[in-house]
Structures are given as C-alpha cells and as structure tokens.
Design a protein around this ligand. Structure first.
Ligand SMILES: [Zn+2]
Length: 117
C-alpha cells in the first residue's frame, strides 16, 4: 500500500525533479565554458527542463481545480481526491467515490478508462 502516494504529490515530485535536472544540465554547461556553443546548448537545454517544470506546475494547478474535497474517514482531515480512486494526503488511506469499489484493495487500474467500460 505504501508504494502509492497521492497523485498530485507524485506529479509535484516530478516537477521538482525537472527543476533539479535543469540546474544539473546548466551546471554541466559551465565545464564547457571554453566552448561557447556547447555551453549555450547546455544552458538552453537546462532552461527547457525548467520551462517544462513550470508547465507541469501549471498542470498541477489545472488538476487541482478538478479535485474533489473529501473528509477522510480514517484520519478525519479534509483531503483532495483526483479521479475515482485516490488516497488520503495525510494517512494514505485509500479513498473511492465509487460504492462498487468500496472495500476492495486499492488499485490504480480503477482509474483507467478501459476498466470502467
Ligand atoms: Zn486520512
């Protein structure tokens, strides 16, 4: 169970790692300062990663508007849900909006379109 984390948190981690990759790429570029062309390529590449991360952060913002606020039955805190199945941001309690899935083991596949047909 613990291997699942809230979807928004996962995307946020991804965006954060993009920033780190961007900075690492730019840092590598400094080693090529004798060759301005290679250095520029690295700088642009690093900048692209940072732009990509901004896009992902923007996407998180968009997703956040689609989330449903629910009160976790386990810890009583207000958490956000994305999709039919998600988990509590605080205690990782699996949550579902679909009564059919209630009590079933948490599975990401319930969110896939093919399963819901
Ligand atoms: Zn909870």
């Amino acid at each position: 169970m613990a291997k699942y984390s809230s979807k928004i948190n996962k995307i946020r981690t991804f965006a954060l790692s993009l920033i780190f990759i961007g900075f690492i790429v730019m840092y590598v570029g400094i080693f090529f300062r004798t060759s301005p062309i290679i250095m520029t390529i690295f700088m642009i590449l690093g900048l692209l990663f940072i732009i990509a991360s901004t896009v992902v952060y923007f996407w998180i913002g968009m997703l956040s508007t689609k989330t449903i606020q629910v009160i976790c039955p386990n810890c009583g805190k207000t958490t956000k849900m994305l999709g039919k199945v998600d988990m509590c941001m605080y205690c990782r309690e699996p949550l579902t909006l679909d009564p059919k899935l209630e009590g079933k083991e948490f599975d990401e596949k319930y969110n896939k379109r093919s399963y819901n047909k």
